[in-house]
Design a protein around this ligand. Structure first.
Ligand code: NAG
Ligand code: NAG
Ligand code: NAG
Ligand code: NAG
Ligand code: NAG
Ligand code: NAG
Ligand code: NAG
Length: 736
């Protein structure tokens, strides 16, 4: 009993003790430093895109930033490539004199061209206090600039061992005591200077300096790209160091890691939902309603290789919703093959735009030189506000493209375009170490528009808009496109990247697609007809009748005679180009060519025709039948499925002088299609088709429309005489 009593008393005392203990302020939790006792310094002589981004992130988190050196000449050397940066210490030294006695003030000095904030002042100060030192420098795994100093560093059990001067935080008097020691030149190395202070054991102790070995505050990306991943929370996105399990407050794209920083900065800092749109996209937009006149745009068009659908490319370009008198056109056509297209365009449009210049293949310009010339066209005229460069393999389906890009108000921005249904697009989300393609984690989501926004990316091509003022400032060198052995667009991107000009791609809207120029055979007359495999979407848009889909959605197919169906299939262009192709080939059989394809009782029926095989169009034609005719048979002959096997495919020509009609016959097919390729009234008179069993005639065929009727048994028919002009029809006997 007594023992039990003692035990419970003991428990009570223990509980009370614990309770009292918890009332005392904990040693490990000092009073938080108020955020108004934090001052951030940065040195920047120019308002680069990187600097502006830094300031945006600072503003987002409510940091108080003092910028030193703005507008001054930079004398600190090329820090990216060699040593330098002393000017930064000199300016900080001057500025710190005013704060020498401010014991309560915490000062942070950071780079700004390649650095962003990922967390706010409260979090920063808390982590600074937890570091339990008066001064904390950023750390990295590589020793720079003097490798011989590596052994002098205190050894550590884990973490990054070496000092990086891109980030310093500490109490003002301590920082001041460090920077007051600076007596060197502006182009001496700042990191070496700080390193020497830190490596001096006396100073290290007296000034109470440490390094942020485990990226609690400062994350240097150099050598650590693989350690840092995006972590998507419900409200915000952070970068997390997965090796040290930390959430750094400052992220520094030092060394060769600017592209990765740009990638992270597409998400940080924010609270927007990238799946639905993005906050940062709406910063500082260009407002068309606020300007009296639209900006002037030079459009540079580049046809650098034989390209399908060039006439359609120009049709789309001409429908851009933008005042034509604000557009200067510069076209480089490198292909003799496309001169016929250019000629037509020139005749129709030379007086439509403010100016219109074509540089043809006879100039023998390299692609890089041609692009330099187009860009110079804008650069050299102050009145040119924007340069819009577009290659002939870009299908712009959005007539608002130019306005939408201008509205976004970036130095360089491109609309996302990709091959239909493919992951091939006009941008790269990341670069490999040798400067070629690497896939960013978000590439597929962006191409498929699962993430929507305006994205800072390292490489784009085919179509982009650049501000005229950017061409006259950062990109003022005439040569932007000829660099080493690089592809011209690659050279431009590399130059822009090195000059610190950000490039963006937007997928906030759908803009269009890219076509494939591979396997484009220009040895035929109308070569786009052959594109049904390589560019099926564009082939359909050009050659299939506008109302074809209504056969399925609105029962558009008519039935003028029993089991004779009549439906739209070809566009005007398809009809005209097919006739053109046949006439170009020219060897019509002249009615003498016979075989068993048409059986009229006892004898064969000759026609004046050219077979698809003769013009090397058989494979494409059969594919057309499978893709576009089979679905119609399935619908009209309810459930009859055909693989579209067709042995005989030809174009027939009827003329009063040559063959005018075809006597009654059966076709040796399961069913036949008969497509009218030109128009009664305008191109010919007479013609048509009569089905004897039903005493039913079709006398006014429509251009681009097809008849489809059963062959062998029921549909004895004759071709009615063409009385004037020339009538063309395309015939296929299917499932013979
Ligand atoms: C910054 O300050 C404003 C106004 O005081 C406040 O509304 C906002 O929430 C602050 N931002 C952050 C990220 O704390
Ligand atoms: C640094 O300062 C902190 C208090 O701010 C102290 O606890 C610590 O012992 C000091 N460290 C050195 C190495 O002087
Ligand atoms: C075109 O330029 C290339 C290289 O610049 C040169 O090799 C070629 O001879 C030139 N062709 C003509 C026809 O001038
Ligand atoms: C292009 O077409 C022609 C005519 O059909 C053919 O002889 C030639 O082999 C084709 N060329 C290529 C590269 O496919
Ligand atoms: C498609 O149908 C619409 C509505 O019936 C008509 O106005 C239009 O002319 C048709 N298009 C063609 C190419 O015939
Ligand atoms: C066929 O139709 C025409 C007019 O539609 C008519 O005059 C003729 O008598 C018909 N012939 C037969 C055999 O029914
Ligand atoms: C045939 O068409 C041409 C041109 O449309 C016209 O001049 C001529 O009179 C027509 N001939 C007949 C027999 O209708």
């Amino acid at each position: 009993m007594a023992l039990e009593y003692m035990q419970s008393l003991y428990l009570i005392i223990l509980t009370v003790l614990q309770f009292t203990h918890s009332l005392e302020p904990a040693d490990s939790e000092p009073v938080a430093i108020p955020t108004d006792k934090l001052l951030v310094f940065t040195v920047a002589t120019q308002q680069t895109d990187g600097f502006l981004r830094f300031m945006q992130t600072a503003k987002y988190f409510n940091y108080t930033v003092k910028v030193l050196g703005m507008g001054k000449e930079w004398k600190g050397g090329d820090v990216g490539k060699s040593i330098g940066g002393g000017q930064k210490v000199r300016l900080l030294k001057e500025a710190m004199q005013n704060y020498a006695d401010r014991e309560d003030l915490v000062v942070m000095s950071v780079d700004s061209y390649d650095l962003i904030f990922a967390g706010g002042p409260e979090e920063l100060l808390k982590k600074f206090q937890q570091a339990n030192h008066k001064v904390v420098f950023a750390a990295e795994g590589l020793v720079w600039p003097d490798k011989r100093l590596a052994d002098k560093y205190p050894s550590i059990r884990s973490g990054k061992r070496f000092l990086n001067s891109g980030g310093i935080i500490g109490y003002a008097p301590h920082i001041n005591k460090i920077v007051q020691q600076w007596e060197l030149h502006d182009n001496d190395d700042d990191q070496l200077f700080y390193t020497k202070v830190y490596l001096d054991p006396l100073q290290r102790e007296r000034l109470n300096i440490t390094l942020d070995h485990k990226s609690q505050i400062f994350q240097n990306l150099n050598g650590a790209v693989d350690e840092v991943l995006l972590k998507f929370g419900t409200e915000s996105v952070r970068a997390r160091n997965v090796v040290y399990d930390s959430m750094p407050v400052v992220i520094h794209g030092n060394g060769n890691t600017k592209i990765y920083l740009n990638y992270l900065a597409n998400y940080i800092p924010n609270s927007w939902n990238y799946e639905q749109g993005c906050g940062v996209c709406d910063n500082d937009l260009f407002d068309f309603t606020e300007v009296k006149e639209y900006p002037s745009v030079t459009i540079g068009v580049f046809i650098e290789q034989p390209t399908p659908f060039v006439p359609e490319f120009f049709e789309k370009l001409l429908t851009l919703d933008y005042p034509k008198d604000k557009l200067d056109i510069f076209i480089h056509n490198n292909e003799v093959y496309h001169e016929k297209h250019m000629q037509k365009l020139w005749v129709q449009n030379k007086n439509v735009f403010k100016s219109f210049k074509v540089v043809g293949p006879e100039e023998n310009l390299s692609q890089g030189e041609a692009r330099n010339m187009g860009m110079e066209h804008c650069r050299k005229r102050e009145s040119c506000d924007y340069y819009f460069s577009i290659d002939a393999d870009v299908v712009l389906t959005n007539t608002q493209t130019l306005r939408l890009l201008i509205e976004q108000n970036r130095k360089i921005i491109g609309p996302l375009v990709s091959r239909h249904g493919k992951l091939w697009s006009n941008f790269w989300g990341a670069l490999s170490l040798d400067g070629y393609y690497a896939r960013s984690e978000d590439y597929i989501d962006i191409v498929q528009s699962k993430r929507v926004g305006v994205w800072n990316i390292p490489y784009m091509a085919h179509v982009y808009l650049i501000k005229g003022e950017t061409l006259r400032n950062e990109l003022k060198e005439r040569n932007q496109f000829v660099l080493e052995k690089l592809d011209p667009d690659m050279a431009l991107c590399k130059n822009a990247g090195q000059l610190g000009v950000f490039m963006y791609i937007t997928n906030r809207h759908e803009f269009g697609r890219l076509i494939s120029t591979a396997n484009y055979n220009t040895s035929h007359f109308n070569n786009d007809l052959w594109q049904i495999f390589e560019n099926p979407v564009d082939w359909k848009e050009k050659y299939i009748h506008q109302n074809y889909s209504k056969i399925f959605t609105q029962n558009l197919a008519e039935q003028p005679c029993p089991d004779v169906f009549w439906f739209p299939i070809f566009s005007e262009k398809a009809c005209d180009e097919l006739i053109g192709e046949m006439e170009h080939y020219g060897s019509w059989s002249g009615g003498k060519y016979t075989d068993k394809r048409i059986s009229g009782g006892y004898e064969n029926v000759p026609t004046d025709d050219i077979h698809m095989t003769q013009v090397d169009y058989e494979k494409e034609w059969l594919h057309f039948i499978r893709e576009y005719i089979s679905p119609v048979t399935l619908k009209v002959f309810s459930g009859y499925y055909t693989k579209g096997y067709a042995l005989l495919n030809f174009v027939v020509k009827y003329t009063p002088e040559g063959q005018a009609s075809l006597r009654p016959h059966h076709d040796s097919s399961t069913f036949t299609i008969n497509i009218a390729l030109n128009s009664k009234g305008t191109d010919f008179e007479g013609g048509g088709c009569k089905f004897h069993r039903y005493n039913c005639s079709l006398e006014s065929p429509r251009k681009g429309w097809s008849f489809m009727h059963p062959g062998r048994l029921t549909h004895l028919h004759e071709g009615l005489p063409t009385t004037n002009g020339t009538r063309y029809i395309a015939i296929s006997f299917i499932d013979p």
